[in-house]
Design a protein around this ligand. Structure first.
Ligand SMILES: *[C@@H]1O[C@H](CO)[C@@H](O)[C@H](O)[C@H]1NC(C)=O
Length: 325
């Protein structure tokens, strides 16, 4: 079966190759004007049918040979199409006025070259990864468009953090992203694995920002974090951060801390930089060395105040209940 597929694929590839190398030299003209438009222009220049029309069509293609390798910004193809429509129109006028195509075609081709030179340039492809839609180019040779030939998966970035410290991952790329409908999602491959294999990852559905932060880092956080950037529901790039947790093995105090909620904070999407840290009580307690005597005193005082409050309330209720009877 596979052999059959391979056998049938080979002639296809050959066919594509010959079609490609046989592309006419005047490819930009071919992409943006129709055969009937070109044929009509030559009919006006050289009569209804016959060898004179064929010679005119040859001269037409020869004049536009300079545009065969033109690569234009994909967003600008509308402009180019408009310019070709204008050129077609003025060539028809020149032909109707009994002008010479030997002058008119080279002049039109030169004008077209100037138009192409003025079009907005295509941003360069920025390695090493990403689907860079804004760098999409239109190739006159073959009349098709293509994006940079780069993989979606970016190389793994190694991040080494000491246990108890903070880790931040910034899901940013060095090429320009479309302005709208960009979303971020995060995944985690736990158990200290350093991988880009999707089967190891599980979703972290609450994480939606481009910036991720973990504090304090624990040995259980070692592994690979992955951020997927999507535009309009299509993946643009997949970034990987391998978190290597180093530092001393857990001491006695860590067992106590283990009972507190671990802090995994994910920055909201709009956020510009690292958020200022406003710790809650839980986070303070989760910090190593948080249970100092001073903090314990504050905690005790808060607890005493709370219980005093409850007592007063109970007493007030008691008074109200019995005064009612
Ligand atoms: C983690 O970092 C330590 C210290 O830099 C290094 O010795 C170790 O090989 C790293 N582990 C992995 C899995 O890369």
């Amino acid at each position: 079966m596979a052999q059959l597929a391979a056998a049938s694929a080979a002639p296809c590839a050959l066919l594509a190759l010959t079609a490609f190398s046989g592309a006419p030299a005047w490819a930009c003209l071919l992409c943006f004007t129709s055969y009937s438009e070109r044929h009509r222009i030559c009919q006006i220049f050289a009569g209804v049918e016959g060898p004179r029309v064929e010679k005119c069509e040859e001269a037409f293609s020869d004049a536009f040979k300079g545009l065969q390798d033109a690569e234009i910004n994909y967003d600008e193809r509308g402009h180019l199409h408009d310019s070709f429509s204008q050129i077609t129109f003025s060539l028809q006028e020149i032909a109707s006025a009994q002008g010479s195509y030997l002058v008119a075609f080279p002049y039109a081709a030169k004008k077209m070259q100037e138009v192409i030179a003025r079009l907005k340039k295509v941003p360069a492809c920025v390695p090493p990864c990403g689907f860079q839609e804004l760098s999409r180019r239109f190739l006159c040779l073959g009349c098709y468009s293509k994006v940079c030939d780069l993989p979606l998966d970016c190389p793994i970035q190694d991040v080494t953090v000491r246990r108890g410290d903070q880790a931040t991952f910034s899901c940013t790329v060095n090429f320009q992203l479309p302005k709208e409908e960009i979303t971020y999602s995060w995944k985690f491959a736990e158990g200290g694995v350093r991988t880009r294999d999707t089967s190891f990852f599980r979703e972290m559905p609450r994480a939606r920002g481009y910036l991720a932060r973990i504090r304090p880092v624990q040995p259980t956080h070692s592994g690979t974090f992955s951020c997927v950037i999507t535009h309009d529901e299509l993946p643009v790039a997949r970034l990987y951060f391998f978190l290597n947790v180093t530092g001393p093995p857990p001491r006695g105090e860590t067992e106590l801390q283990g009972t507190f909620r671990e802090v995994v904070r994910w920055a909201p999407r709009e956020e510009e930089g690292v958020e200022p840290w406003k710790p809650g009580l839980g986070e303070l307690l989760a910090e190593p060395g948080a249970l100092t005597s001073g903090n314990l005193f504050l905690l005790a005082a808060a607890a005493a105040l709370a219980s005093a409050g409850v007592t007063v309330l109970a007493w007030a209720f008691f008074l109200w209940y019995f005064s009612g009877n």
